[in-house]
Design a protein around this ligand. Structure first.
Ligand code: HEC
Ligand code: HEC
Length: 304
């Protein structure tokens, strides 16, 4: 395949490549036919008696040079190199990559085939699957969720049994396969005072601040009328797959006053990328089992 839209660059590359080889051949040929200068000195003299000879190149060296020329021509006939000419073997880097990938996939299937047909709870207890899952997690997931899977601000902890999108094996698998995008809308239109009140109320839900204050009452009023309950539920206990529980002490973004105000004012739209197409179902299956095992308190220590 060529990105050129006319033939000029194709011919340009061919001329330069073949021209270069031809030039080297001619140079070598004419030089080796030059008169025999063996034993002649050039007249350059160092350190009183160190003379430079004008001997011709040794034969072994010349033949090596010819060999590189033959090699270059052979190579250009077999592999891509001359402009858009694909070479006789039809080799491409993409083709090689796909071949290697297919071989690796086949090897993976052979090694873990038994595990892929088992359900995720069973796989989660398999030490070998745990080890592979951990390795994949470190490669594909750790940059966001941390190498211990405990997450960070905005990136959920996967070891705590507190789920935004559900902790059942199938729900975890679906999260990894399709990705998830959270939709916490912005409530800037409420204005600073109401946002402050509702943030206070949210904190009172988890017992951080006193729930029997006028501020909490005003906040509760906002919570019930502004639409928070539609997603977080009437008691703020959340709904799996819709909005998180606000009554526990587990925070995705943080439970401090300023953070809550920021969350409510600007909204949050974090997303978990989809890995289904990129990794394929087999690997997602093992990863789901690994993630599932993290919160089950059954880390397969036995296999270590
Ligand atoms: C680019 C960052 C990023 C990468 C990479 C990433 N995740 Fe996530 N993941 C997130 C974010 C952000 C969320 C939370 C989405 C939300 O706010 O609802 C999430 C959520 C999840 C959840 C749902 C947690 C819950 O409480 O329901 C699981 C499970 C998960 N990720 C597993 C994985 C696995 C396994 C991998 C590796 C294949 C991975 N993630 C890679 C950013 C990432
Ligand atoms: C359309 C549904 C929806 C509505 C309405 C909604 N939220 Fe949310 N809220 C979410 C989602 C989804 C998240 C999680 C965002 C994420 O995972 O990135 C969230 C997250 C939050 C968080 C952060 C929790 C944490 O763990 O850090 C707070 C606080 C919050 N919402 C408060 C409110 C308040 C107060 C209101 C009403 C003024 C409200 N929400 C209205 C869907 C909603």
């Amino acid at each position: 395949m060529s990105d050129f839209n006319n033939n000029f660059w194709n011919i340009w590359v061919i001329v330069i490549t073949l021209g270069g080889i031809l030039f080297c051949t001619l140079l070598l040929w004419t030089q080796s036919r030059a008169r025999n200068t063996k034993g002649e000195v050039t007249g350059h003299l160092w350190d009183e008696n160190l003379e430079e000879y004008n001997n011709p190149m040794p034969n072994w060296w010349r033949w090596l040079f010819y060999l590189t020329i033959v090699f270059a021509l052979g190579y250009l006939a077999l592999y891509p190199g001359l402009g858009t000419f694909a070479g006789n073997k039809g080799w491409t880097s993409v083709g090689q990559y796909e071949q290697e990938r297919a071989a690796a996939e086949a090897q993976f299937k052979q090694a873990y085939g038994g595990l892929l047909s088992q359900n995720i709870e069973l796989v989660a207890n398999d030490p070998k699957a745990h080890e592979v899952g951990e390795r994949m997690f470190l490669t594909y997931c750790a940059q966001c969720h941390g190498s211990d899977a405990k997450g960070a601000k905005g990136f959920p902890n996967l070891t705590d049994n507190d789920w935004l999108w559900g902790g059942a094996p199938d729900q975890i698998k679906e999260t990894i396969t399709k990705g998830r995008t959270a939709a916490m809308p912005s409530f800037a239109h409420l204005g600073p005072q109401k946002i402050k009140d509702v943030a206070y109320y949210v904190r009172s839900l988890s017992g951080v601040v006193n729930a029997n204050t006028p501020e909490a009452d005003r906040g509760k009023e906002v919570f019930n009328t502004a639409g928070c309950t539609a997603c977080h539920g009437p008691q703020g206990k959340g709904n799996i797959g819709l909005a998180p529980n606000l009554t526990d002490k587990t925070w995705l973004y943080g439970g401090r006053d300023a953070t809550l105000i920021e969350t409510i004012t600007k909204g949050r739209n974090n997303s978990m990328p989809a890995f289904g197409e990129f990794l394929g179902e087999d690997k997602v299956h093992l990863l789901a089992a690994y993630v599932y095992s993290l919160s089950q308190g059954n880390r397969a220590e036995a296999g270590k």
